[in-house]
Ligand binder design. Structure first.
Ligand SMILES: [Zn+2]
Length: 121
């Protein structure tokens, strides 16, 4: 599986990555931002890191896992940057999160499968 990583920050070993403070956008629509926070929180836990990372902006303890939706992968602490500091993520990811959420909301549910699988029990 090929995942696209986001939410990783500049370090001594990788200066091509951004610093989160440079991505803060206080004009970002609050509803869209809240949806993205929920989406990030809802990701499946992937790898667990050894240790906790600290927020690069406020220094708070900020998670030690990676999360994924099967397309993207991000550190679990990314939601904190979006929620508490207004770090704005790329349009392509935001549109992806909105689309996934809308599709889930609009989905139909098969209510017979469970009963068939467990018939007689
Ligand atoms: Zn912070």
């Amino acid at each position: 599986m090929h995942l696209r990583a986001l939410g990783y920050w500049r370090s001594d070993t990788n200066d091509r990555l951004p610093h989160p403070a440079n991505l803060v956008d206080t004009t970002w629509d609050g509803n869209e931002r809240a949806l993205v926070v929920d989406y990030l929180d809802d990701g499946r836990t992937g790898r667990r890191f050894m240790g906790v990372s600290l927020c690069r902006i406020c220094g708070a303890h900020n998670g030690g896992d990676e999360k994924t939706d099967g397309v993207y992968v991000w550190p679990s602490g990314l939601a904190h940057y979006v929620e508490h500091h207004g770090v704005r993520l790329p349009k392509e990811f935001v549109e992806h999160a909105i689309r996934q959420s809308e599709e889930l909301e609009a989905s139909t549910v098969d209510r017979t499968w469970w009963a068939e699988q467990t018939a007689g029990a």
